[in-house]
Ligand binder design. Structure first.
Ligand SMILES: *[C@@H]1O[C@H](CO)[C@@H](O)[C@H](O)[C@H]1NC(C)=O
Ligand SMILES: *[C@@H]1O[C@H](CO)[C@@H](O)[C@H](O)[C@H]1NC(C)=O
Ligand SMILES: *[C@@H]1O[C@H](CO)[C@@H](O)[C@H](O)[C@H]1NC(C)=O
Length: 279
């Protein structure tokens, strides 16, 4: 008994050491900024932009330290590739504006109400049914990620081994549309989970992400030959989606890459339901 208690405390101590603080003196931050720029391939137009970006970087670094002190041992914060952006710039360039979810026919909803006793909080992560956090890169593919991660969870909860499924398949292949509601799946220009479920139902399955790798967000201005230039999905409706990219690489299209023989065995989507807003 005593021994397992000791082990527990040891592990816990190891765990909390991931919290750390950056040096805040100007020289250290300047040095760190240079390293960070190299690691993140940042190049600025002239000394004024460089200075401006450095100041934002400094502000963000101090804010990270503040948050690390506030949540010490519970969670940790660190610099990432967005560290030279102001919060408002991050919001306008990276985050999407809120959109009202569509409303569906009544029988599409899982209804809450009496008899449901939901816990105040619930976490699927320690149950090992949630895959790791992914980076969608510079592409409007959040709708495909959220759909795929939901299916990954359902697949694991049903007793199958946890598996990364192919987001790129959905981005490349799903051009489903809902004309009455003026919604469509538009590849890297956005889309809707409820339409993605319809695509996956019709397609008959999904490849794993190992077989059909995510590449839509890959842009490398220095090595453009490595860039992913995905083609619009079959059925892309430019009156709902806007104009398609002017150039795409056909060998990176759905037609070239999709291989139904590689669909994960037994994985099919039969139907989908929406969760009521007032559960
Ligand atoms: C899923 O992919 C990530 C890389 O994006 C990897 O770190 C992780 O181990 C994978 N998970 C599984 C269950 O294969
Ligand atoms: C594309 O969307 C428009 C609505 O904006 C619709 O009228 C049209 O039927 C759609 N085209 C196809 C081929 O589905
Ligand atoms: C098109 O994609 C293929 C496969 O990813 C790649 O080998 C080729 O270099 C790309 N072509 C261009 C012009 O980017």
């Amino acid at each position: 008994m005593a021994r397992s208690h000791e082990i527990f405390i040891l592990l816990w101590l190891v765990n909390i050491t991931v919290s750390f603080l950056y040096h805040e003196d100007t020289d250290s931050v300047k040095q760190l900024f240079q390293t960070w720029k190299l690691e993140n391939g940042k190049e600025y137009n002239g000394i004024d932009e460089e200075q401006h970006r450095f100041e934002l970087f400094y502000d963000n670094l101090k804010n990270i330290n503040k948050l690390n002190k506030m949540y010490w041992g519970e969670t940790s914060f660190a610099l990432n590739k967005f560290a030279d952006m102001s919060p408002s710039e991050f919001q306008s360039k990276i985050l999407m504006s809120n959109r009202e979810p569509p409303t569906f026919e009544n029988d599409r909803y899982i209804k809450g109400g009496k008899g449901y006793h939901l816990p105040d909080s619930f976490d699927w992560v320690p149950k090992n049914v949630v895959t790791s956090v992914k980076d969608q890169g510079a592409a409007g593919s959040c709708w495909a990620f959220s759909t795929i991660e939901n299916i990954e969870g359902q697949w694991a909860i049903s007793g199958q081994p946890l598996l990364n499924l192919s987001v790129e398949q959905v981005v490349d292949c799903d051009g489903f549309e809902d004309v009455p509601r003026k919604n469509a799946d538009c590849g890297v220009f956005g889309g809707w989970p409820y339409l993605a479920y319809q695509y996956i139902t019709k397609a008959g399955g999904l490849e794993s992400s190992r077989d059909y790798r995510y590449c839509s967000g890959d842009t490398d201005t220095k090595h453009q030959e490595n860039n992913c230039l995905p083609c619009p999905p079959p059925g892309f409706n430019s009156s709902l989606c806007g104009p398609a990219v002017p150039y795409c690489n056909m060998s990176q299209s759905c037609v070239a890459k999709l291989d139904k023989a590689k669909f994960v065995k037994g994985l099919k989507i039969a139907n989908w339901k929406a969760i009521d807003k007032v559960f």
